[in-house]
Design a protein around this ligand. Structure first.
Ligand code: NI
Length: 183
């Protein structure tokens, strides 16, 4: 039987819980990862964490710059510098926010072979890794907003929670709460 996973949207409690460490890398996990890639590519997105499809395990898949991969039990070892850039989330469709985060991170994780790996990444990939790792701790990008952004996003987030995703152009909300239009 093939499980069909759908992307959970903000308001779903699974998105605000801490996920558990992966204990075994077995056939079931490999199948889950396969399905996570399917869901991510179909969305489409460049990263997807297991809790976003309702699975409380610490792993995420990604594919930015034709560099697909999976990180299991990831941990940020070091981070450095800061920068602000637009960020979106498959679980918060239609809304982008300017968010400040560290620019470079050193991340350690386990790969599909069970080997410990380390990756040093910067800019967009560093941002994406931090965003996906946040999902494993039940943190969403709305937890990183400025007061002005929170205020400006309130109506849109409420609408999303009550009525679900809707069609139409996405909006970006700047650090100062201004609407920056379609990213
Ligand atoms: Ni996300």
């Amino acid at each position: 039987m093939v499980a069909t996973y759908s992307i959970r949207v903000i308001g779903d409690p699974v998105l605000t819980q801490r996920a558990s460490e992966v204990q075994d890398i077995d056939g079931k996990l490999v199948q889950l990862i396969d399905e996570m890639f399917d869901v991510m590519y179909k969305a489409p997105g460049i990263g997807l964490a297991a809790p976003q499809i309702g699975v409380q395990k610490r792993l995420f898949v990604f594919d930015s710059d034709d560099d697909p991969g999976v990180l299991i039990n990831p941990v940020i070892k070091e981070s450095d510098d800061r920068w602000t850039f637009n960020e979106g989330c498959l679980s918060i469709p239609g809304l982008y926010f300017e968010i400040e985060r560290p620019k470079r991170v050193l991340i350690s994780a386990v790969d599909l072979d069970g080997s410990e790996i380390q990756r040093e990444v910067d800019e967009l990939q560093a941002r994406m890794f931090q965003h996906e790792l946040d999902h494993l701790d039940g943190t969403l990008m709305v937890d990183h907003l400025t007061d002005e952004q929170r205020k400006a996003a309130k109506k849109h987030l409420l609408d999303l929670r009550l009525n679900g995703p809707k069609k139409g152009p996405a909006i970006t909300i700047g650090r100062d709460g201004s609407l920056l239009g379609d990213p």
